[in-house]
Write a protein of this length. Structure first.
Length: 426
């Protein structure tokens, strides 16, 4: 079976979008299986530079089917705007190449309100939300107080359903936060205005995927964020509210009878992080700013400056394991070309003891990095396409990471463009 999941092994922002854009050529269907518009995938190709928040990154490949699976939460207004922006550059997006699961959950305006209100309440104890309603909508999903995309096709049903939900949401808004109540007319106007523009895209995509898998169609699963933001195995509570692990791909896509034949774990050649929570190798000051500027490290969804630091073997090995990665794509290696010496975190020191095991969050907050240094290569590698042509210092760096993660590095990105990649065999 020709299936592959492209997932992050770190905190997100590893370069998954550029890898999906590249690898999608070899697959028939590309599926986003979790998350919402709270993170972005930056893609550079012949159409331009894009920051996709909801659209699958295979949307630029002609003749490919792109699906938003049941595990995704859909901000209707945001998705409509994203479709318009991308379509305006000449990319085809219609009901033939973009489908949305009828079981995907709708992000409502009150979810965004609740997200903002809760971050305000938390103040300096906030979790680093993007304030796009993601935690509240996933909370509602599991409290069974959500609207599914398929309900947009039945106006009478959705009116009755949203009436019951609004009663509950007003209890939250007024009782917990002292905020203004919402009314059904505004919510129905929102659902009709944006839902009607998307209704031709809504299908039982699980059934479609399961049938296509039986017909030996290649399926590429695309995750948002990374292993360390996973709700179960990440740095909880500084996580997302969904499961970006490859193991969830068949469930979150609806292809429940499909097994994964490949899992490409994506990691940058250094560490970056957007949002709150422990980040052991974080750099500050001039050193951080130089790396941030060299890599253009600003969040694709929010524009926030990313926290940056050296490659973290402890975190990356853990992420590689929980993702079940069969191979690694190492991105943005070219960014390190300015460094004389390149530090790598090879262990943590916690309470005077050294460990290479990724710890539980309370211990992680006390961890200090243990570094070793590698020689820099101090030259431009962005035009190189053959692995053997890389400087020896560059190859030493890659091969150390490969050994440390116990996983083959099969892709090495040396630039943002689609073709700025070195492909190695396993």
């Amino acid at each position: 079976m020709n299936t592959c999941a492209i997932v992050g092994v770190n905190w997100g922002d590893e370069g998954k979008g550029r890898m999906v854009d590249l690898v999608a050529e070899d697959y028939d269907i590309i599926v986003r299986y979790q998350g919402g518009n709270n993170a972005g995938h930056t893609i550079v190709n012949e159409y331009g530079k894009f920051a996709l928040n909801l659209l699958p990154s295979g949307i630029f490949r002609k003749s490919k089917l792109n699906i938003l699976g049941n595990g995704v939460v859909v901000d209707l207004k945001h998705l409509c705007g994203e479709i318009e922006r991308v379509s305006s550059t000449g990319v085809q997006i219609d009901e033939q190449n973009l489908l949305i699961s009828d079981r995907a959950i709708v992000v409502m305006p009150y979810h965004v309100m609740l997200d903002e209100l809760e971050e305000q309440r938390l103040s300096d104890k906030k979790y680093g939300s993007t304030k796009r309603g993601i935690a509240p909508v996933y909370g509602d999903k599991y409290m069974k107080k959500s609207i599914m995309m398929g309900e947009l096709l039945d106006r009478d049903y959705i009116y009755r359903h949203i009436s019951d939900i609004i009663e509950f949401k007003n209890l939250q808004l007024k009782g917990i936060y002292g905020a203004k109540s919402i009314n059904i007319d505004d919510m129905m106007d929102y659902l009709i205005t944006y839902g009607d523009r998307l209704k031709n895209h809504i299908h039982d995509t699980g059934r479609i995927l399961r049938a296509e898998a039986k017909n030996d169609k290649g399926i590429l699963f695309e995750a948002q964020l990374g292993a360390l933001r996973d709700i179960d195995f990440g740095i909880y509570p500084y996580t997302s509210s969904s499961t970006p692990l490859a193991g969830y791909a068949p469930i979150g896509s609806g292809a429940t009878n499909v097994n994964l034949s490949r899992v490409i774990g994506v990691s940058k050649a250094y560490s970056t992080c957007v949002g709150e929570g422990p980040f052991v190798t974080e750099w500050f000051g001039e050193k951080a700013e130089k790396l941030r500027e060299a890599g253009g490290e600003y969040g694709a969804a929010t524009g926030r400056p990313r926290r940056v630091g050296p490659f973290d073997v402890v975190a990356s090995a853990y992420g590689t394991t929980v993702q079940g990665a069969t191979e690694i794509a190492l991105t943005k290696l070219d960014v390190l070309s300015y460094m004389e010496k390149i530090p790598v975190c090879v262990a943590y020191e916690i309470d005077g003891k050294t460990t290479t095991d990724f710890p539980f969050t309370p211990a992680l907050e006390k961890a200090k990095p243990v570094y070793m240094e590698f020689e820099g290569w101090k030259c431009d590698i962005s035009s190189i396409r053959n692995y053997d042509e890389l400087p020896k210092a560059t190859r030493d760096y890659i091969e150390y990471i490969e050994r440390a993660l116990d996983c083959p590095v099969t892709y090495v990105s040396v630039g943002a463009e689609r073709d700025e990649i070195i492909i190695r065999s396993k």
